[in-house]
Design a binder for this molecule. Structure first.
Ligand code: HEC
Ligand code: HEC
Ligand code: HEC
Length: 373
């Protein structure tokens, strides 16, 4: 009896020693495992934040959209932690990149910003895209204004036709909405096909305006979105527009349809609103720290349908309001307008700023634990 107990005791002690020994050998591994687990946790949390807040501009897989830069590049992945933190916390002045940090009036705590950095530095972008899709937040595909092949062929027939056709293609997609289909000007922006302009501005002036914009007006600077060649082609187009007119080349004007207020259109608009707008303008349009309320009498009374559609399509340059015209069809923009209009009968007279900005945390402190390796 006692002998058996002694044996069991010895055996147990031996086992403990073996387990301890193995554990001691594995200690560095365990630390590595723990750091890896923290990273997985951070990336998982960050993917949802990315889907809800970033995918619409930077793309479901971080591939970038329109003029918004890609995030899935080695260049961004290898940016210093502090620099990534700063961009997300403070935004980039005068671009669509908003300040997301609570310290800057945004919606994220430092810990949440850390999870977004985890996605950028350790995430797997196809997993991110799958998560974005699962949440139903994949941004709509760009739809561009299309010039007919016939029109482009006639333009190519002119001297330097390829450069002119390149300029016209960009013009139709990026400039026509403000400057008019045939550069005749609109209530938003002056004519570009104008002898007065051609006399007043040299080619260098025109290029500079396109590149840098006109501060304090709707004319944004295009240097980030367009190449030097694009800008040269647009400048050439402005100079030589009279030749297009002389050759009988004309881009048909797309007439704005009256907004369809059918229950189906309003429902489609409500669905799109939840998907694309609620994150900034609040779930029922009452606004957040990121964007103003839309659901109020003042805005809805004073803004005609056409103006709402124009704001949605063109965005508000120099603010966080994205341009949706390249990504949503006219029908989608009309449906969004119908939804906003449907709020008018019940909209409050005074803007109700919604509370709920996350509390700032104390100091960024050199980064989260999953980086300590
Ligand atoms: C409304 C559009 C928009 C949204 C939403 C947006 N960004 Fe950006 N982001 C931009 C633009 C535009 C830039 C480029 C700014 C510039 O020109 O320097 C940018 C730049 C960045 C950069 C720097 C990239 C570089 O190459 O320097 C990072 C990192 C970034 N964004 C992360 C995020 C994260 C994370 C989110 C979500 C919390 C987010 N962005 C949401 C538009 C957006
Ligand atoms: C969101 C509306 C908008 C868009 C889009 C836009 N512009 Fe402009 N643009 C303006 C406004 C407004 C002005 C007048 C600025 C001012 O008051 O000086 C202007 C001015 C200009 C001028 C100077 C005109 C003059 O008489 O001094 C040029 C050139 C120009 N834009 C070219 C372009 C080109 C090329 C594009 C497309 C890549 C473009 N714009 C896109 C609104 C826009
Ligand atoms: C990334 C944040 C963001 C998103 C997403 C966003 N907006 Fe905005 N929006 C803004 C900001 C910021 C402004 C205010 C711009 C300014 O200062 O003039 C604005 C302004 C507007 C205005 C003009 C309001 C006024 O009082 O003049 C309308 C209309 C609007 N947004 C509609 C929409 C719709 C519709 C969507 C979805 C398709 C949307 N926005 C998505 C940030 C956003």
């Amino acid at each position: 009896m006692t002998r058996e107990l002694t044996w069991i005791g010895l055996l147990a002690t031996g086992l403990i020693l073996v387990v301890l020994g193995v554990a001691m050998l594995r200690e560095p591994d365990r630390q590595a495992d723990a750091i890896r687990d923290l990273r997985v946790e951070a990336v998982t949390a960050g993917m949802d934040l990315y889907a809800e807040n970033c995918a619409l501009c930077h793309g479901a897989a971080g591939e970038g959209l329109g003029a918004t830069p890609l995030l899935n590049s080695e260049g961004v992945q290898s940016m210093a932690y502090e620099d990534l933190f700063k961009v997300i916390e403070r935004g980039r002045y005068n671009t669509l990149m908003a300040a997301y940090g609570a310290n800057e009036g945004g919606i994220f705590t430092n810990a949440q910003i850390d999870t977004l950095i985890a996605v950028i530095q350790y995430g797997n972008w196809s997993a991110v895209a799958a998560r974005v899709d699962e949440l139903g937040l994949t941004p709509p595909e760009p739809v561009l204004v299309e010039l007919t092949d016939e029109t482009l062929a006639s333009v190519r027939g002119l001297p330097d036709g390829d450069a002119l056709a390149g300029g016209l293609t960009l013009y139709a997609a990026e400039c026509a909405a403000c400057h008019g289909a045939n550069a005749e000007g609109t209530t938003l922006a002056p004519a570009l096909d104008s002898d007065e302009l051609r006399a007043r501005l040299t080619d260098a002036d025109v290029s500079r305006i396109i590149e840098q914009g006109v501060p304090g007006t709707l004319m944004a600077g295009w240097s980030r979105a367009l190449s030097n060649e694009d800008i040269a082609n647009l400048t050439l187009l402005v100079r030589r527009w009279p030749e297009l007119t002389a050759a009988g080349i004309e881009i048909p004007v797309i007439e704005a349809e009256p907004v369809d207020m059918s229950p189906e259109a309003v429902a489609q608009g409500e669905w799109l609103y939840g998907l694309l707008c609620a994150q900034c303008h609040g779930s029922t349009g009452f606004g957040t720290a990121m964007a103003p309320a839309l659901n109020n009498q003042t805005f809805l009374n004073e803004t005609p349908d056409a103006a709402i559609q124009q704001i949605i399509a063109l965005g508000v340059p120099g603010t966080n309001m994205p341009a949706w015209g390249g990504r949503l069809s006219d029908a989608d923009i009309a449906a969004l307008t119908a939804y906003l209009r449907s709020l008018e009968p019940t909209a409050p007279a005074i803007v109700q700023p919604s509370a709920g900005v996350a509390q700032p945390q104390a100091g960024a402190g050199g980064g989260p634990p999953w980086r300590q390796n």
